[in-house]
Design a protein around this ligand. Structure first.
Ligand code: NAP
Length: 332
């Protein structure tokens, strides 16, 4: 017999967004459960040093995760560590979260499930994964002491991790497929000025090569089409992110990248009672601060929505917003 657990809100994922949702749910005395497949912290655990989270001049990712968890637990966060296999929506609107640890039922779900690194999809990437191909500098950087490394990508992650990897590598070549970078200018400037970093632009990765471990990359110049070889002992790939938005078995509106579209006032998706926060949500920026902000809004809106639903009101974001503005806002 599968145990059935009833909650007001189920929070899917315990990264910064999920732990913030847990904190706000706990403080609002909402009955909430946080379901996390791995360890609490999400991408904080893949980040060495965080310097852009207000209140901490700099803090280790793992330490920030531990503080966030402790703070959420202090207010009664109930944690379940189990992969979510599926979320189904029953006819009466109840969301059923199916996990290896049993089923969890709630009228409202806040999806804070983050995502996974996008693959480059070139020959050698799968074959040499774990043998010189990595997607996590904090996890694997120390294995590459004294070697020359390549970092692929032009976003914040690539530039930040290229800088981080200079601790171990004798040289880091940052390889980007075009001239313009998405990364913040302050990070890019730091990389440009770093004596151990070389930046190659307009270079497309053709293949990752090596017999038993990575020895070199084949590159193609995007302008001249000429190919070249880059000798490296390892390659770190940071070419974006694929959001974990395939768990729900009903259609949720999303953009071309699979990110959930949400109402900006409430973080509710088009499906009544399904909210999204953090890296699963379509938005311009994906920072710890924005994840935390999304989750705050989503949780306060979700708790209001659960209340309204219990009173028999219409299950739409518009209705929730109208109620809220008539009340002068949700929370003092
Ligand atoms: P991102 O901003 O989407 O950047 C991905 C990069 O990979 C882009 O430069 C893209 O090139 C490149 N790329 C994509 N597919 C590629 C391919 N097949 N071959 C070669 N290059 C490819 O992703 P991200 O850096 O992982 O960051 C994800 C989000 O997290 C962003 O919102 C970012 O701001 C945030 N983040 C913030 C911080 C921070 O603030 N400290 C740190 C890490 C991440 P094009 O530009 O040509 O498309």
């Amino acid at each position: 017999m599968i145990p059935v657990n009833e909650y007001d809100i189920a929070i899917i994922g315990a990264g910064p967004a999920g732990l913030t949702a847990a904190l706000y749910a706990g403080r609002s005395k909402i009955r909430a459960v946080v379901i996390e497949a791995k360890a609490p912290g999400g991408q904080l655990l893949n980040t060495e040093l965080i310097e852009d989270y207000p209140g901490f001049k700099s803090i280790l990712g793992g330490d920030l995760a531990a503080v966030m968890l402790a703070q959420a637990e202090q207010f009664g966060a109930e944690m379940v560590y189990s992969p979510v296999n599926r979320i189904r929506v029953e006819d009466d609107g109840t969301k059923v979260i199916e996990t290896d640890a049993g089923e969890y039922r709630a009228p409202a779900v806040i999806v804070t499930a983050g995502g996974n690194p996008r693959k480059l999809d070139v020959p050698g990437e799968v074959e040499l994964a774990g043998r010189g191909v990595s997607y996590c500098a904090v996890c694997d950087g120390a294995f590459f002491e004294g070697l020359e490394l390549a970092v692929i990508g032009g976003g914040d992650a690539a530039v930040e991790e290229a800088i981080f990897l200079t601790r171990y590598a004798s040289k880091v070549t940052l390889v980007h497929r075009r001239e313009q970078f998405r990364a913040q200018p302050i990070l890019l400037e730091e990389a440009r000025n770093h004596p151990k970093i070389e930046i190659l632009v307009n270079k497309v990765i053709v293949s990752i090569d090596g017999d038993h471990k990575v020895t070199h990359l084949q590159l193609r110049d995007a302008l001249s089409e000429r190919t070249s070889r880059l000798d490296v002992g390892g390659v770190f790939i940071f070419v974006g992110f694929i959001p974990n938005t395939s768990l729900i078995d009903t259609h949720v509106d999303h953009d071309a990248g699979g990110y959930y579209l949400t109402d900006p006032m409430t973080m509710m998706t088009n499906v009544p009672g399904i909210f999204a926060a953090g890296d699963v949500r379509a938005q311009l920026t994906r920072q710890i601060t924005t994840a935390v902000g999304d989750a705050t809004t989503a949780t306060l809106a979700a708790s209001k929505w659960v209340e309204e639903r219990a009173r028999g009101h219409q299950d739409t974001a518009l209705q929730v917003m109208a109620e809220a503005s008539a009340d002068g806002g949700w929370v003092a």
